[in-house]
Design a protein around this ligand. Structure first.
Ligand SMILES: Nc1ncnc2c1ncn2[C@@H]1O[C@H](COP(=O)(O)OP(=O)(O)OP(=O)(O)O)[C@@H](O)[C@H]1O
Length: 231
């Protein structure tokens, strides 16, 4: 598995009176296959995972992925670390389903035939083969989430970061995403409020006010998070 190192990272948004400290001195080494991230609203989870592929640069400290610095080597890091947003609409960039999947393969030095082949394989793998030429924005919520996953996974990253991928989904589609994630070869880092998704995970981080306040197996971490929420 890849090694993600988060060294003494702090981060704030805003200036002066609007300044808000969102992460406080976070130190972690992430090497496990399946890592969950939980915590209350505004505790810093999304900011934390956005640091992992350089979407956000830390104010202090540094983040590396297999030794590559997310600030200095941002492009290379983003090739290794795929990112899925909560709202798949935020990620759909091309008019049709097939074009959207193929978009992720641009600038990869692949021939047109290779791009088409990979796109076709991804459409089939994610059950979207009958929607190839459909407008992406007209898919159902669950299908859009699958498309977002397909568009990231077609690029074959080593790490997949999922920021609340099931929040907008019904139970059936959430279960489908869970099965799909279970079957991935990638290291997965999953932010979620759906705590049952974390069963079988190797490690769960609990965030509170920008700090990791618990770090351990899912059952203990979920219990620690529940305790925190009841205070
Ligand atoms: N781009 C930004 N500019 C200013 N403030 C921001 C920005 N992004 C996040 N914040 C603030 O940082 C804090 C932490 O946000 P973050 O999205 O990391 O929390 P979260 O734990 O993912 O929350 P949720 O569970 O609600 O998604 C919040 O107070 C949020 O308003």
């Amino acid at each position: 598995m890849p090694e993600i190192r988060v060294d003494a990272v702090s981060h704030a948004f805003g200036d002066g009176a609007t300044r808000r400290q969102v992460l406080r001195d976070v130190d972690l080494t992430l090497v496990e296959d399946r890592i969950g991230v939980v915590g209350g609203n505004g505790s810093g989870k999304s900011t934390f995972v956005r640091l992992l592929n350089g979407l956000i640069h830390p104010d202090e400290g540094r983040v590396t992925v297999d030794g590559l610095d997310t600030v200095r080597d941002g492009r290379e890091v983003r090739r290794r670390v795929g990112f899925c947003f909560t709202d798949p609409d935020a990620q759909i960039v091309m008019p049709t389903v097939a074009e959207d999947i193929a978009f992720g393969l641009r600038r990869r030095g692949l021939s047109t035939a290779e791009r088409e082949e990979r796109t076709r394989a991804a459409l089939t793998a994610y059950g979207l083969e009958n929607h190839a030429d459909h407008p992406a924005h007209l898919l159902s919520g669950g299908q859009k989430q699958l498309l977002a996953l397909a568009s990231v996974l077609v690029t074959d990253p080593d790490v997949l970061v999922l920021d609340e991928p099931t929040t907008l989904l019904d139970l059936r589609n959430a279960a489908m995403v869970r099965r799909l994630v279970d079957g991935l070869r990638q290291q997965v880092i999953l932010v979620t409020h759906h705590l049952d998704l974390l069963d079988g995970f190797d490690r769960v981080l609990v965030f509170d006010d920008g700090r990791v306040v618990h770090d351990g197996a899912p059952a203990e971490a979920v219990a620690a998070y529940r305790d925190l929420a009841m205070r």
